[in-house]
Design a protein around this ligand. Structure first.
Ligand code: UD1
Ligand code: UDP
Length: 439
């Protein structure tokens, strides 16, 4: 079997690293293809070093550009490589333009696609990420889904649960493994050592890069207004290149950089960043990965967004959506700093993203599909089977897998009277309402 992994940005390198590792310890061929969307050493090469994964086999060097330009160049480059390499499955991760390009190209070449971190939805189609992840889900063969809540999003859109694998998120694998290494090593980044982070207290770590925040002057101004007022905190701000460009263009960079309690540094390596996160009193961010890491490391998070495709972090109590509302940012940050009970409740939120064995579950599922021939993408040869869609209320003890076997059916949805439930094989359907396809 040959697996091709496509990645192109910082979070994809971090979240695919555990899977690349897992594939390499099994007897499986793999190629890794970098789109070159992120190209600065601080956004790309340093992560291969910190995560101890080999340099990619290919780099398409697409660089920066408009969405159409970047995605088009990626598609061209990815197609040439996939035609040549003929992998059995292509893995894409998350919601970047690499996911869109990789999924479109592979599906047209009839190559199976595994979408890692599938099923997330912000329900905001103005976000490029929402478009990318939805397209990837439509074309995918296997879905590696972090939580039941994301699986339910896919069920509601009509995808078959047979291809869904609730694996947790590989960010937990990466986090647990590398935090230990980071703790033994200590801070290495010169700018962090100059600040003596090791002995610093009341750290607020800030990251932001979302187009809907940093490209909109009013929103950035509100966020910076809050940062200015929070001068009882040490604000460490590893700045994303996009954000540096826009702050400079808006004429806001110098003022922020001159505030004594704000420390703007270049994007930092993964080990240093994990260590910084773990020492922080709170995280202020619009990053997807950081919302997950914060709850994994028991650090309260305030998210600079009005929606999140990670609602589990909010319902668990570890994350609060503050948008770009200056007062909400200041009030919640101060509550975390001064109200111990409030902060402890956030810290004690249960991590919904699994126990750190997500990469193993993902590669196990791929091997199983491969051995059963389920990665062969063919047009159906038999005369199309017919099925009818039905609904029923169940009043007996019967588990999902038995119901499906007895009825030659596939359960689509399950309602327990209050909410949708994921139809895992062992779920007892007694007292529930179901919809199913009968073949
Ligand atoms: C991309 C992803 C986003 C992800 C983020 C992770 C898409 C649509 N967006 O956003 O989902 O959360 O990566 O960080 O795929 N730049 C540099 N050096 C680099 C890379 C970028 O200077 O190595 C600058 C360029 O000016 C570029 C800008 O940052 O125009 C934005 O980069 P781009 O890759 O287009 O989007 P991100 O904001 O990084
Ligand atoms: N990160 C890092 N150094 C930094 C900032 C972030 O290593 O200076 C890591 C962080 O640990 C997380 C990931 O980058 O795993 C998040 O990437 P980003 O916020 O760029 O993308 P998103 O997750 O929003 O797609």
């Amino acid at each position: 079997m040959k697996i091709a992994t496509i990645l192109g940005t910082r979070p994809e390198i971090i979240k695919m690293a555990p899977i690349i590792d897992e594939i390499s310890i099994r007897d499986i061929n793999q190629i890794v293809l970098h789109t070159g969307q992120h190209y600065d050493k601080e956004m790309s090469d340093n992560f291969f070093r910190d995560l101890e994964i080999p340099t990619p086999d290919y780099n398409i060097h697409v660089g920066s550009g408009t969405h159409g330009n970047q995605t088009g160049l990626m598609m061209k480059g990815i197609e040439e490589i996939l035609i040549d390499e003929k992998p059995d499955i292509v893995l894409v991760q998350g919601d970047t333009n690499a996911v869109l390009a990789g999924a479109l190209v592979a599906s047209k070449l009839h190559i199976a696609i595994g979408h890692v971190e599938a099923g997330l939805r912000s329900f905001d189609m103005t976000m490029p990420e929402e478009v990318n992840r939805r397209v990837a889900d439509v074309t995918s063969t296997m879905y590696f889904i972090p939580t039941e809540q994301s699986a339910i999003n896919l069920l509601a859109e009509g995808f078959s649960r047979k291809d869904m694998f609730i694996t947790g998120n590989t960010v937990v694998d990466a986090c647990f493994r590398h935090l230990e290494i980071a703790k033994k090593r200590g801070f290495e980044d010169d700018s962090l050592n100059d600040l003596d982070i090791e002995n610093m207290e009341n750290i607020l770590t800030l990251t932001m890069h979302r187009a809907e925040n940093v490209d909109v002057k009013e929103r950035v101004t509100n966020i910076i207004g809050a940062i200015k007022e929070l001068d009882e905190m040490n604000i460490i701000f590893p700045i994303h290149p996009r954000t540096k460009n826009t702050l400079e263009n808006f004429g806001l960079f110098d003022e922020l950089n001159n505030l004594p309690h704000v420390h703007i540094v270049k994007p930092i390596g993964y080990l240093d960043f994990l260590l910084l996160t773990s020492k922080s009193t709170l995280i202020l961010t619009d990053s997807g990965g950081l919302q997950e890491e914060a709850i994994t490391l028991d650090i309260p998070a305030l998210t600079l967004r009005y929606n999140t495709e990670r609602p589990e972090t909010v319902t668990a109590g570890g994350n609060i959506l503050v948008g770009s509302d200056k007062e909400a940012i200041i009030d919640n940050a101060r509550k975390i700093l001064y109200d111990k009970e409030f902060a402890d409740r956030m810290k004690n939120a249960q991590n919904p993203y699994g126990k750190g064995n997500s990469a193993k579950s993902t590669v196990d599922a791929i091997e199983k599909y491969y051995s059963k021939g389920l990665l062969d993408i063919k047009a159906p040869e038999e005369v199309m089977g017919s099925f009818t869609r039905k609904m029923a209320s169940i009043h007996e003890d019967i588990i999902v897998s038995d119901f499906e076997k007895n009825e030659n059916a596939l359960i689509r949805m399950v309602f327990d009277g209050q909410k949708m439930c994921f139809p895992s094989d062992n779920l007892n359907l007694n007292g529930m309402m179901i919809t199913y396809d009968k073949y």
